[in-house]
Design a protein around this ligand. Structure first.
Ligand code: NDP
Length: 327
């Protein structure tokens, strides 16, 4: 038996509980991992509370991230004792995830724990941080350079926003943050943002084009915010869209695309191919200041994961939440 969070849905309703799970119930896979830590991402908040249709099979162990050591394996690339990280691939949605002491997975989904990070630090980054790095890599791939001007980061006090702000700053970009939490201004500035704009400036319907300001952007909010970010991006600027914290719609016009030649780059972490993941983790190893990671993440026990899920969706959590699944 091992401890884990189990989400069930039946006549009694949708519920998540911390429970003892029989190892015989683990799903099929060629690598069994003794999990040390998982995390709480926005998607885990939706899964645990049932506020979004994230879980597509029941019962389900949530947790789109995990780190741990290989306990059993028939996969050629892994041996017992290897430290591994998992992000995404539908884990915590259609395949049992990381908010439990054990997981059985497809070895092709795993990446080795980067040598620069402890297991806790890797989960301090987690899917949110690795997605932030994918956004940075997309800005670079589309040619955005620090000397081109300011980069806007929305949802800056959240997981993706915090890591994006820290990484972009270390790379020499000038980051302007958007946040709805003035009480987190010192935190956001300590990550490197030079200015913080109120999220209300972006959240209402805007004009097709506004004053050109951003050389690039990392948007986690979607909806009117993404439309307004596009409308204020400079000629040939690049906006990376990875989130829907403000809504899934995109009420924009084509004006920024056809008159200012801006690029909207979509970012997905779940099915992202392995070489890109390895590159993102490698770059996090060199471009994320470990001291800032300490400010970004806090640790809780598995007992507290369910209560923290609603806090996360209510915007009450700063940065990242690491879950020690063994306490
Ligand atoms: P968090 O909850 O940690 O951060 C989201 C932040 O967005 C909040 O902290 C808040 O920042 C801001 N926010 C929340 N609600 C609103 C709103 N209604 N309007 C405007 N801003 C809002 O989540 P994550 O950082 O983990 O994830 C952010 C988004 O990115 C989510 O939508 C998530 O699903 C998505 N995501 C997508 C991935 C992908 O593969 N494409 C991978 C990972 C995440 P503040 O308080 O500073 O305003």
């Amino acid at each position: 038996m091992f401890k884990g969070i189990l989400i069930e849905k039946d006549e009694a309703g949708y519920r998540a509980s911390l429970t003892d799970i029989d190892e015989g119930q683990l799903p099929a896979g060629d690598v069994t991992v003794r999990v040390s830590h998982s995390t709480l991402n926005y998607k885990d908040g939706l899964a645990i509370t049932g506020k979004g249709p994230v879980v597509r099979r029941f019962p389900m162990v949530p947790g789109i991230d995990l780190v741990g050591t290989v306990e059993q394996t028939t996969h050629p690339e892994y041996k017992v004792g290897d430290a591994v990280v998992l992000n995404g691939w539908g884990v915590g949605e259609v395949h049992w995830g990381g908010l439990a002491q054990k997981a059985r997975l497809n070895g092709n989904w795993l990446v080795p724990l980067p040598a620069q990070f402890t297991p806790q630090q890797a989960m301090g980054i987690g899917t949110a941080g690795y997605t932030a790095m994918l956004c940075v890599l997309a800005l670079e791939r589309h040619g955005v350079k620090p000397e081109h001007g300011e980069i806007l980061v929305t949802g800056a006090a959240g997981g993706v926003g915090s890591v994006a702000t820290a990484v972009l700053t270390k790379l020499g970009y000038t980051v302007v943050a958007v946040s709805g939490r003035p009480e987190e201004s010192d935190y956001i500035k300590s990550l490197g943002a030079v200015e913080i704009l109120d999220r209300a400036l972006f959240s209402s319907p805007g004009k097709p084009l506004g004053k050109e300001r951003w050389a690039g952007a990392v948007d986690v909010v979607g909806s009117h915010t993404l439309a307004n970010v596009c409308a204020t991006t400079k000629y040939r600027g690049v906006v990376t869209a990875c989130g829907l914290a403000g809504g899934m719609d995109f009420p924009a016009s084509v004006a920024p695309f056809i008159l200012r030649a801006i690029t909207l780059a979509g970012i997905d972490s779940v099915m992202c191919p392995r070489p890109d993941r390895l590159e993102a983790w490698r770059r996090l190893g060199s471009d994320l200041d470990i001291a800032k990671l300490g400010m970004i993440s806090k640790e809780i026990g598995l007992n507290d994961a369910i209560s923290h899920a609603s806090k996360l969706l209510n915007g009450e959590i700063k940065g990242r939440v690491v879950v020690d699944v063994n306490r």
